[in-house]
Design a protein around this ligand. Structure first.
Ligand code: PGA
Length: 255
């Protein structure tokens, strides 16, 4: 059975002091009975410090990006082995901001996801259509081709996760309707089922894009939505804790 997952994507926000203040505020607010998996993906510079701060809390860490080689002369890049060594257990792969501003494409995402798995990280592969694709009725076709290319060559694993993040909903305050998100995520599950068989039913697939405390419950009510990847609303301990705790009250975690 699938676990609920709530992942915070801090993007390029927070210093060490700000991260410490977040943890101090956040941990006491969590519902201790919740079995949801909570992941914080901070800037890489904060992994070591947060590993100490979160010790024994059950909150896991993820990287926001990695390079696919394990080591080498790649100035400015960081490997899956290195972020794992710094305390990360997860890694976002192919976030739309990486694709939009840093030229990542689906074949690079597949290489990153494979490197993550090879280093013992669980990849959270991000996919999502842009506004033009949605408005021209291309959403499902685009998601199908992108997910197939982003998973190409990967060893099927029920531990891997996917985040469906429509680009037009990220940071815009415009959240997908539950029907649209459910349709897209069910489609992603079917496409993965075509290549990975019944493992597709075990994957946690998250929704991301303007998730807030006041819309999380209705998103989680959809059968295929297993949790959320949260940007802006994950920066405050109060709002991220409210999202995680809403998960507990809206749907008992299975698994
Ligand atoms: P948002 O970002 O919640 O601020 O829309 C989500 C994301 O980019 O992962």
């Amino acid at each position: 059975m699938r676990k609920q997952v709530f992942a915070a994507n801090w993007k390029m926000y927070k210093t060490v002091t700000e991260a410490q203040a977040f943890v101090e505020g956040f941990l006491p607010l969590l519902n201790s009975e919740s079995e949801a998996r909570i992941i914080i993906c901070p800037p890489t510079t904060l992994l070591g410090e947060l590993r100490q701060q979160l010790l024994g809390s059950g909150v896991a860490l993820g990287a926001q990006n990695i390079y696919w080689e394990n080591a080498g002369a790649f100035t400015g890049e960081i490997s899956a082995l290195q972020v794992h060594d710094s305390g990360a257990s997860f890694c976002l792969c192919g976030h739309s901001e990486r694709r939009q501003y840093f030229g990542e494409n689906a074949s690079m995402v597949a290489l990153k996801a494979a490197a993550a798995m090879g280093a013992g990280l669980i990849p959270i592969v991000c996919v999502g259509e842009n506004l033009a694709q949605r408005e021209s009725g291309q959403t499902l076709a685009y998601l199908q081709s992108d997910i197939l290319a982003s998973l190409k060559g990967l060893t099927p694993s029920p531990r891997m996760m996917i985040a469906y993040e429509p680009v037009w909903a990220i940071g815009t305050g415009r959240v997908a309707t539950c029907e649209d998100a459910e349709e897209a995520i069910a489609h992603i599950r079917t496409v993965v089922g075509g290549i990975w068989g019944e493992i597709a039913g075990q994957l946690s697939i998250l929704y991301g894009g303007s998730v807030k405390p006041d819309n999380i419950a209705s998103l989680l009510a959809c059968p295929n939505i297993d949790g959320a990847l949260v940007g802006g609303a994950s920066l405050s301990p109060q709002s991220f804790a409210a999202i995680v705790n809403a998960g507990f009250t809206s749907k008992m975690p299975e698994g």
